[in-house]
Design a protein. Structure first.
Lengths: 270, 721
């Protein structure tokens, strides 16, 4: 018998969760032995992965800062994961305390943790659901009661869509969110990927480690990622290698930035 | 996320020597380069550098402070963790960098005291870092475990809610639900099912599903059950009866579904049971109403025909059945005179008596409508069985029926059919019983009649004849024969009687006794009689032309109905005119009853005919009841004495004195009234001689000639014989 969609899944600590594996890589202790074991095994294959993860997180900080600077005060963070440090609401509310954020994640533990941390923050909601179902997200009270769909909203898909294979139609998911947003809204995305011709066996190892231990992973090229911004105007510098997207300072751009295993971009809905 | 850190450490660096300050800045830069990337820190590189600059200044101050304290080192370690420099490489690189570079960057002499202080601060920094990291780790572990518990609580709450919903659905459902394992052991039943069957959950748990078998269950119910248990089908629906705890029965619609486990193996069975007893009873009542007569409560025509149909469907080779078709005699009179209410009550009582006298296996009494009842006897062994039933019914009807002060005597007529089922049909049986009932009525009522195939064949033939007669007339299937009327005195043919015949294409030559009565019934006698009259007149005219004075008159029979036909006189006159036949060449024969029993009008017709010169004869005189006094006033010219009186005059040697006397008296009577006398049925010379002696004027019969075609008369007239 198929489980009704409102029935909860099992909470199995023996199964690694993407959110907790990320937390471990980012130096957090919101994780369990199974998460750490997988995280370490992947790191053995791909030692520089921690740097990659840190860059996604760093992109999130820079992207939110940019969005705040262009006046966005509403954020919908899809696949928000374990709240470690430098979360969206800290950055956004640091700039303007009235900024509103909805965190969405499928991981019930990550969501429970977020809720307990954010109990007193009435400008932040946390929703547990599958972000791939845009209709469910957009119709949820967590979203509709907090966000004003007459004002610009930034949808954040940081380190998210490389876990959505083509068969699950990531473009249609983006389109579903895009179509619900008012003009002047934004999409910020970071995505694992590389350009044709670049290939590092370690990347394959990373993907294999992910696929078999955590979640199916799909690398995409810059062109593919550009096409995902259909209906959006990309802000400078367009789709760029993560370290090269509006770096804080030239010092932050390492030697390997031009071949970095991942892209970031922010687009504005016309 | 509440872990917000104030990266700004202190702003009192002014008391440091500018050279030392510059050294500290240089060290901080190296430090930043060493630790950036070892952990994720939500700061820009510049922010990280500033943060480490502050920590460096703190460290430098502590190094030179008086009195020397290690506490700042401890705090620096803690602040590194607070800023999320939690990567384990961070501490190692920091301690190493502090040990290797700090004093050099500060341009300080590396004396023992300073080195010792630095070592103490390094130790304090490590301890502070370790302690802060430990606390942070423990706090995060605690937080994530708490989150797990929360999530589980929520999951369980959701699960409980969903289970509560399902439970409520199960408990509150108006439909009965029962769950059993695959061996049929009942595990749970909801309230609706408990109420429906009258057993508690505990009692139901004592049962196996197979214990709920009902003797009236269709075989398919349990065949499908076995298939379901075997996993061959996933669900089925059935109509099923259950025994209630109180012994009553429940009619249900049952849906049984198979629940499989994760491997697809049959695990549970779930029954959904809807109580349809009320509907069932209503259907039964409607069916009963549809199949029973509301007045008498007896089965009605529909049920009777259904039952009869079933008898024929289940017939064996030697099976027989019988029907009594019963109709009250004179019921219409009772109904019309005493009213429908009395009539209805009478029918109720008759129904009761029938039911009472005809009870038993294989017998069915039904009311067909009105005052018609029918009794079906299945598996009869012969006609006697049914006759016994009919006799009993007639006896049962003998006692008067008392209704509202009226004492009503009723009788019934019954048509009986009894025969083997092979070779007949329900419709045949019904039709024949109906016909036989008609016979019983026609034979005098208050009796039964037994179906007689020959009688039926005759009646069918009669019917066929009457149905084909109009066309026969059109097709000229009738023809006329003539029998001489001979004057006894000199054996001269003075007249001929026209006798109609029917050359039937199927039945052959038919005498008038086969069809005249039918023609009278149908009214066809009028055109037929007219046709005969014309034929006879045409012939008479021919004879008149051919034989002149020797030509005979024609004597034509006039049926009762013809005699009362208001067109009679005009018809006769027209025919005579058209045939140019003088009226005295025509004689019309009527029976006694046609003349005597009539009102004035036909008599007037006869008088008119007589006045025209046509002779009127009374046919078969002596067999009816003639008013002899009246006879004198009638326009009659001739009496034809019925052939039956000639019997006693037939023998050559001896005559019957009574017959002889009767004929003599009739002749005297006729002559007294100045009527001529014709003797019919003269068959022997002795008869002819005696009749002549008695004084009879004319004779007719085989002795003289049989009826024949016109040319036979021609021959006679020519004296060919």
């Amino acid at each position: 018998m198929e489980r009704p969609n409102w029935a909860p899944g099992d909470i199995d600590l023996e199964r690694p969760s993407v959110a907790r594996v990320y937390d471990y890589w980012l130096g957090g202790a919101h994780n369990f032995a199974a998460d750490r074991a997988v995280a370490q095994r992947i790191l053995e294959d791909v030692p520089h992965l921690r740097g990659v993860i840190v860059n996604h997180r760093s992109f999130l900080r820079r992207a939110v800062k940019h969005l705040v600077s262009v006046g966005v005060r509403q954020f919908l963070d899809l696949g928000s994961g374990i709240p470690t440090v430098g979360n969206v609401h800290e950055i956004a509310q640091g700039a303007d305390p009235t900024s509103k954020v909805v965190y969405v994640d499928i991981d019930p533990v990550a969501v429970a943790h977020s809720r307990s941390l954010l109990l007193d923050n009435d400008q932040v909601n946390v929703l547990q659901t599958d972000v791939r179902d845009a209709a469910v997200v957009l119709k949820s009270p967590e979203v509709t009661e907090l966000l004003d769909f007459d004002q610009p909203i930034a949808v954040l898909m940081v380190a998210l869509l490389h876990f959505v294979p083509d068969g699950e139609h990531p473009r249609e998911i983006i389109a579903a969110y895009r179509d619900a947003l008012p003009a002047g809204s934004y999409l910020a995305m970071s995505h694992a990927g590389y350009e044709p011709g670049e290939w590092d066996p370690n990347w394959n190892a990373a993907r294999t480690a992910y696929n078999s231990n955590v979640q199916q992973m799909t690398y995409r090229t810059k062109a593919e990622i550009i096409s995902m911004f259909d209906g959006f105007e990309l802000v400078e510098p367009g789709v760029a290698r993560l370290p090269l997207w509006q770096p804080d300072s030239p010092d932050d751009v390492g030697d390997d930035a031009a071949t970095f295993l991942g892209f970031g971009a922010v687009g504005r809905k016309a | 996320m509440t872990e917000r850190v104030d990266h700004r450490v202190r702003d009192d660096r002014s008391h440091l020597d500018p050279a030392v300050l510059a050294g500290a800045e240089s060290f901080a830069r190296s430090w930043a380069t060493a630790v950036i990337g070892s952990s994720y820190v939500p700061m820009t590189r510049a922010e990280v550098a500033q943060h480490l600059q502050d920590l460096t200044e703190m460290l430098v101050e502590a190094l030179y402070a008086t009195p020397f304290r290690t506490a700042p080192g401890y705090e620096i370690g803690a602040r590194l963790v607070d800023a999320h420099f939690t990567g384990t490489d961070t501490l190692g690189r920091t301690i190493q960098l502090v040990g290797d570079d700090l004093l050099v960057e500060l341009g300080a002499d590396s004396d023992d005291r300073l080195r010792s202080r630095l070592a103490a601060l390094q130790g304090a920094l490590s301890a502070g870092y370790a302690r802060a990291l430990r606390e942070r780790t423990l706090a995060e572990q605690e937080a994530i475990r708490a989150a797990v518990l929360d999530a589980r609580d929520q999951a369980e709450a959701a699960l409980r809610a969903s289970e509560a919903r399902f439970r409520a659905m199960f408990t509150e459902a108006a439909i009965g639900i029962g769950i059993a394992d695959i061996e049929g052991r009942i595990l749970d039943v909801n309230q609706a099912l408990q109420d429906m069957l009258g057993f508690s959950v505990e009692e139901m748990r004592q049962y196996n599903v197979r214990d709920l078998m009902h003797p009236e269950d269709a075989g398919s119910v349990w065949r499908l059950y076995d298939q379901l248990i075997a996993g061959e089908c996933d669900h089925y629906r059935a109509e099923k009866r259950f025994h209630r705890a109180d012994g009553e029965q429940v009619w249900t619609h049952l849906t049984l579904s198979l629940v499989r486990d994760d491997h697809g193996e049959p695990q549970y069975q779930v029954a959904m049971i809807e109580d349809v007893t009320d509907r069932h009873l209503l259907q039964n009542r409607l069916r009963y109403q549809a199949l029973h007569d509301p007045l008498t409560g007896l089965p009605n025509r529909a049920l009777f025909l259904e039952r009869l149909g079933r008898v024929f469907n289940n017939r064996g080779k030697r099976r027989r059945a019988g029907l009594c078709y019963l109709d009250l005699d004179g019921f219409k009179v009772i109904n019309d005179s005493l009213g429908h209410d009395i009539g209805d009550q009478l029918l109720v009582e008759v129904g009761r008596r029938l039911d009472h006298s005809v009870s038993g296996e294989g017998k069915l009494v039904a009311r067909m409508g009105g005052d018609e009842f029918v009794i079906l006897v299945e598996g009869s062994s012969g006609t006697d069985d049914i006759v016994q039933v009919a006799d009993r019914v007639l006896r049962e009807m003998e006692a008067p029926i008392r209704i509202s002060g009226h004492e009503l005597s009723v009788s019934a007529s019954i048509g009986i059919v009894e025969r083997p089922l092979a070779g007949t049909t329900a419709a045949d049986l019904m039709r024949d019983a109906d016909i036989t009932l008609y016979w019983a009525k026609a034979d005098g009522k208050s009796r039964w009649a037994l179906y007689d195939p020959e009688r039926n064949a005759r009646e069918v033939a009669r019917f066929t004849l009457s149905a084909t007669m109009p066309r026969a007339l059109e097709r000229d299937e009738f023809y006329v024969e003539y029998q001489p009327l001979v004057r006894l005195e000199d054996s001269t043919v003075v007249g001929v009687e026209a006798l109609v015949r029917w050359q039937h294409p199927e039945f052959g030559r038919l005498a008038p006794d086969r069809f005249i009565e039918l023609a009278e019934e149908t009214g066809l006698i009028v055109p037929l009689g007219r046709w005969v009259l014309r034929k006879a007149c045409e012939e008479a005219r021919r004879w008149l032309v051919e034989f002149g004075d020797a030509a005979p008159f024609v004597s034509v029979n006039l049926a009762v109905r013809q005699s009362r036909d208001p067109e009679l006189v005009r018809d006769v006159k027209r025919i005579l005119d058209e045939c140019a036949l003088p009226p005295h060449h025509l004689q019309l024969e009527l029976t006694e009853s046609a003349i005597m029993g009539t009102a004035d009008e036909p008599l007037e017709s006869l008088r008119a005919l007589s006045d025209m010169g046509i002779k009127i004869a009374i046919d078969d005189f002596g067999t009816g009841y003639s008013n002899l006094a009246y006879l004198k006033h009638l326009p009659v010219h001739e009496l034809k004495i019925a052939g039956s009186f000639m019997e006693g005059l037939r023998a050559a040697d001896e005559e019957d004195p009574v017959d002889s006397q009767i004929v003599a008296t009739l002749v005297q009577l006729a002559h007294a009234l100045r009527l001529g006398v014709t003797a019919e049925g003269v068959e022997t010379p002795a008869q002819a001689k005696r009749l002549h002696r008695i004084g009879c004027d004319t004779g007719q019969g085989w002795f003289f000639a049989r009826p024949g075609p016109p040319d036979a008369i021609d021959s006679l007239l020519r004296g060919d014989l």
